[in-house]
Write a protein that binds this ligand. Structure first.
Ligand SMILES: CC(C)(COP(=O)(O)OP(=O)(O)OC[C@H]1O[C@@H](n2cnc3c(N)ncnc32)[C@H](O)[C@@H]1OP(=O)(O)O)[C@@H](O)C(=O)NCCC(=O)NCCS
Length: 106
């Protein structure tokens, strides 16, 4: 039904190149799977791999993906033209991830 996980973006122009991303078949959209999978991938990246920052990118007009990023606690950074398309990118630091997990467990 698709994939959700961490990818490396070697040509991304910023210093942080590990992205959480998703690509799900339309037949399974709307069930919260992208959000659930992205949260699991963030936990793996921060807790098991020890990453300091994870980003996420999408075309600026991809409202569903931007909503998934926001639901996972990623903060909007900017929009800019990348490879000929207007792109929006978001990011979350390990400290903010850990704070969100602590708050959720209370
Ligand atoms: C983006 C995508 C992953 C969504 O998957 P999903 O499992 O349906 O996502 P979720 O159910 O976890 O969450 C989707 C959220 O976006 C919202 N949403 C969906 N369509 C929307 C739209 N057109 N405008 C605004 N919000 C929208 C949903 O209401 C939901 O938010 P909510 O829980 O607050 O109601 C899916 O559309 C997809 O795989 N698209 C193709 C690949 C892609 O675009 N990948 C990202 C490129 S980097």
């Amino acid at each position: 039904m698709g994939q959700v996980g961490l990818n490396e973006l070697p040509r991304w122009p910023g210093p942080d190149k590990i992205e959480v991303g998703w690509d799900l078949h339309p037949s399974v959209w709307g069930r919260g799977l992208a959000t659930e999978g992205a949260r699991a991938a963030l936990g793996y990246g921060f807790e098991a791999v020890g990453l300091e920052r994870i980003i996420s990118t999408a075309r600026a007009d991809n409202a569903a993906s931007r909503r998934v990023m926001e639901k996972c606690g990623l903060a909007f950074q900017e929009e800019f033209t990348h490879k000929g398309a207007l792109v929006a990118w978001y990011a979350i630091d390990r400290a903010d991830w850990q704070a969100s997990q602590a708050a959720a467990s209370q």
